[in-house]
Design a protein around this ligand. Structure first.
Ligand SMILES: [Zn+2]
Length: 868
């Protein structure tokens, strides 16, 4: 289910000890089968802070520099169907969590698919990628046999629908020839298992059916099944993948390999309809959703199709005959029809809210009814669990069958509507306000629109490396990007040759806009949101991004961003400004090689002797060195070595710190109480799972000794509590509303003249930051420097931030307040406190260097990093 990634604090100790492999999911929604149906609306209130899970994620060697655009196409168009690919079978794993439920373990999937491929000519299976934990991801295509020529013809039509939609719309033969693609995505949450088993059941039915209706279906459609989107989570019985990420939050960022595989399936297959199988909500929850609705969809087309398929799935699920009295199964519910708000399709972080940008015109989360995860998994008898799982599998299979029947019955219209989505984009038509009553119950509260600019211009004025990253990300998402041949003017500004241009007259302009636009502050319109309400690659990824109203430029399409690395010819020492995550990677690489580097005012200084090493990392990471120069009075800086971090942090923060090339050891209250050797640590990072007051006397004494020479970075409520309890900086943290989140305007500044630090942590940061459960700092002592403050206007640019019921904790209270502060405490510890969320779900790439600068500064001023 789409629960927020927060766990009740009571569960933390068990999780931190690491012996639990059992899913721990809060039960805010999942009703016991005998309880009355739970509403789809949940209340964040001021519950546990998000991400309060110290996930001890195993470090995995990965190519850190691989551009996300490197994912090749998944579907070959040179061979017909079936393909009869022999899938490798993984070793048997008796500990697979599926087994207890009587469901197929991950190692059992490949044998089943190998068998199904032999039982007729309708099923083709392939491996489309690997999970973070290295497990195969299986895509199954079910369709009537095709010759290679027929497959090429299908691809030619698909390509025409996307790239020449106006002509495709006029071609009356097209819908007679084209097989409508349908995508069934299963088990994206690892401990919501049965979608996988239902998919396998339906594939078997389709493979062996003698029903002429099925033959007709397979002649007119291609059905794609992602058998388990999250094999790591399936095997270990947890929601997240092996990196601790909720994959159904990752679609705008695509930090995880499983999500990049799903993205590529959607791009290559271009489905008209998508269902994403989850659990557990009783009665079965079937989208479409409540408001707010994403403003970048062609919602008039979407809601008509999605509501129709929702009603069809509801009828099929209720038609199974399960009852509340007999089985504990309540009638299905459709949030769009049955709830006021709280189950929205605003952020495109979920599968069904991302797929429409690739042409899907009916997409659905389906939540099957009977809970088998969490405490039920451990406490219910096996027979009861298996009874529930059998019913859940029936429900998921009914939803799949209803969906393919819907696509068969509405075949021509779905294709025509997909063409219309791309046609509006290519023509650059304005956002359409959906007519009220377009489907029953569609009211003013459902109307959301946006304004598409003529184009976006992406420049390297802040960082060439950041611009390149954003361009590669857009291309990986199948957004068209061009590069200006000459300098050009737009909206009164001059842009240099080589600037990137995203012409918004393109088929997937909705996706381009949802990533590049600032977004909207929807606080006034909605009381409660399901998950995040703000994101923005345009504002948070560190590139210069401008929306422009006119476009006159000669530009060439690009397949990848141009190389950005450089080293000046001028002899002498080199400076590397830490302005982008790639700068951090390059610097950490140099430090790992043992290069003698110093840290001075937010930049790394590399001696002339290390020029070859600098040239190598410039090329490897695309970073630009500049001449260090030695103006009079400038210090040569403090020696720096690789920063070793002890981190009591959430999974996304651990992932991000490691991705940046830092040496990270996860710690927790329990780990410190068990005796922790601080000699290998330069900086302690605290945001989750560490309480100073819960440390035993020995652990506290060891930590206090570390604090006389080490650095401390904290984030959020747990971090602020640690700062107070450990007596670090004189600063009182004030909490904003717990569910407030989004993009905020910030001011970064150097410290006061003559102050103890130069404000090098905040200095050079983007003008925007990201918050979730925001905090700010008041009552600052003389040792404290404000690195960054919330702007006096807003500060929310996009997202949702209302005051608490008593009027406190709102945006107005945060205006002008300190968001990030630094200082040396009296023991000597170098401390930085973040009230923002600079590493949230690995999304705000432009904020990562701020964290890195905090780490370099803290380790260099204390001399901690010199010890090692
Ligand atoms: Zn789920």
């Amino acid at each position: 289910m789409r629960l927020p990634p927060a766990l009740p604090p009571a569960l933390l100790p068990a999780l931190l000890t690491g012996f639990l492999v059992i899913p721990l999911v809060p039960n805010t929604v999942s009703a016991d089968p005998v309880a009355p149906p739970a509403p789809a609306v949940r209340d964040f209130g001021n519950g546990p802070e998000r991400n309060e899970v110290a996930a001890d994620v195993p470090e995995r060697a990965e190519a850190r520099t691989a551009a996300q655009s490197e994912q090749p196409g998944i579907l070959s168009h040179e061979r017909g169907y079936p393909r009869r690919t022999r899938l490798p079978v993984p070793p048997e794993n008796p500990a697979d969590a599926s087994i207890k439920l009587g469901l197929v373990p991950h190692h059992g999937i490949a044998p089943r698919l190998n068998d199904l491929q032999q039982r007729g000519d309708r099923v083709s299976a392939q491996v489309v990628g690997r999970s973070y934990g290295g497990r195969d991801l299986y895509l199954v295509t079910v369709t009537a046999p095709e010759s290679a020529a027929e497959t090429r013809e299908q691809e030619r039509i698909r390509e025409r629908i996307e790239n020449d939609p106006a002509a495709a719309a006029r071609d009356r033969k097209l819908v007679r020839t084209y097989k409508a693609p349908v995508f069934v995505n299963a088990n994206i949450h690892g401990n919501e298992w049965e979608g996988t088993d239902a998919a396998l059941r339906v594939i078997e039915e389709l493979a062996t059916s003698k029903d002429p209706g099925i033959a007709d279906l397979l002649a007119r459609t291609r059905l794609y099944f992602n058998i388990t989107a999250n094999p790591d989570g399936r095997v270990s019985g947890v929601r997240q993948n092996g990196a601790g990420f909720d994959l159904n939050r990752d679609f705008v960022t695509a930090s995880q390999p499983e999500v990049r595989a799903m993205r590529q399936i959607m791009i290559d297959a271009q489905p008209v309809t998508v269902i994403d199988l989850h659990g557990y909500v009783n009665g079965t929850l079937i989208e479409p959703t409540t408001p707010p609705h994403g403003a970048n969809y062609e919602y008039d087309l979407f809601i008509q199709n999605a509501y129709a398929n929702g009603l069809g799935m509801e009828a099929a699920v209720n038609g199974l005959g399960y009852t509340a009295e007999k089985d504990g199964v309540y009638p299905a519910q459709i949030p769009f029809r049955d709830s006021a708000e709280g189950w929205d399709d605003w952020p495109p972080i979920f599968t069904p809210q991302y797929a429409p940008f690739h042409g899907a015109v009916a997409t659905h989360t389906v939540e099957i009814p009977l809970r088998v995860n969490g405490s039920d998994y451990t406490q219910q008898p096996v027979e009861e669990l298996r009874r529930r799982s059998a019913i859940n599998t029936d429900v998921a299979a009914a939803a799949i069958r209803a969906t393919y029947n819907f696509v068969r019955d509405r075949h021509d219209r779905l294709i025509a509507d997909q063409i219309e989505v791309f046609r509006r984009g290519a023509a650059g038509e304005p956002s359409k306000a959906v007519p009220l009553g377009i489907v029953p119950g569609f009211g003013p509260e459902d109307v959301y629109t946006t304004t598409f600019p003529r184009a976006y211009v992406i420049t390297g004025r802040r960082s060439e490396a950041a611009a390149a990253r954003l361009v590669d990300h857009l291309i990986a998402n199948d957004v068209r990007v061009e590069r200006a041949r000459q300098a050009f003017r737009a909206d009164g500004r001059t842009y240099p040759a080589g600037s990137y241009v995203v012409d918004m007259r393109q088929p997937k302009r909705g996706l381009a806009n949802v990533m590049l636009e600032a977004g909207a502050d929807i606080s006034p319109r909605v009381d409660a949101m399901y998950d995040i309400s703000g994101w923005s690659h345009g504002l948070l990824w560190g590139a210069g991004v401008d929306a422009v109203t006119s476009l006159r430029v000669r530009a060439d399409p690009v397949k990848a961003a141009a190389p950005t690395g450089s080293v000046p010819r001028t002899p002498g020492a080199l400076a590397l400004k830490v302005a982008d995550a790639k700068d951090v990677l390059a610097l950490n690489d140099l430090l790992a090689q043992g290069t003698a580097v110093t840290w001075a005012d937010g930049a790394a200084i590399v001696p002339a002797a290390a020029r070859p090493a600098a040239r190598a990392v410039a090329e490897r990471y695309g970073v630009a060195f500049s001449p260090a120069g030695t103006p009079a009075g400038t210090s040569a800086g403090t020696p720096l070595s690789r920063v070793r971090i002890a981190a009591a942090a959430s999974a996304d923060e651990l992932f991000t710190l490691r991705e940046l090339g830092f040496a990270v050891t996860p710690v927790s209250t329990a780990a410190l109480n068990a005796g922790y050797d601080w000699s290998g640590t330069d900086v302690l990072f605290v945001s989750s799972g560490l309480s100073y007051t819960a440390l035993n006397p020995a652990a506290r004494a060891a930590l206090d000794a570390f604090l006389s020479t080490g650095g401390v970075i904290t984030r959020g409520g747990t971090g602020a509590a640690f700062n107070a309890a450990a007596g670090l900086l004189t600063a009182t943290a004030v909490a904003g509303r717990g569910d407030a989140n989004g993009v905020v305007r910030v001011r970064s500044a150097g410290g006061p003249a003559g102050g103890p630090v130069s404000g090098q942590v905040g200095g050079g940061s983007p003008d925007h930051s990201f918050v979730y459960s925001p905090r700010w700092f008041i009552g600052l002592g003389p040792e404290v420097t404000v690195e960054q403050s919330y702007a006096a206007e807003g500060p929310l640019v996009s997202g949702h931030w209302r005051p608490d019921a008593d009027g406190s904790g709102g945006q107005d209270a945060a205006r002008g307040q300190a968001a990030v502060v630094s200082g040396r405490d009296e023991r000597g510890a170098a401390v930085v406190l973040f009230g923002t969320e600079p590493m949230f779900r690995n999304h705000p790439k432009g904020l990562f260097p701020q964290v890195a600068r905090a780490l370099y500064w803290a380790s260099s001023v204390t001399g901690a990093a010199v010890k090692g």
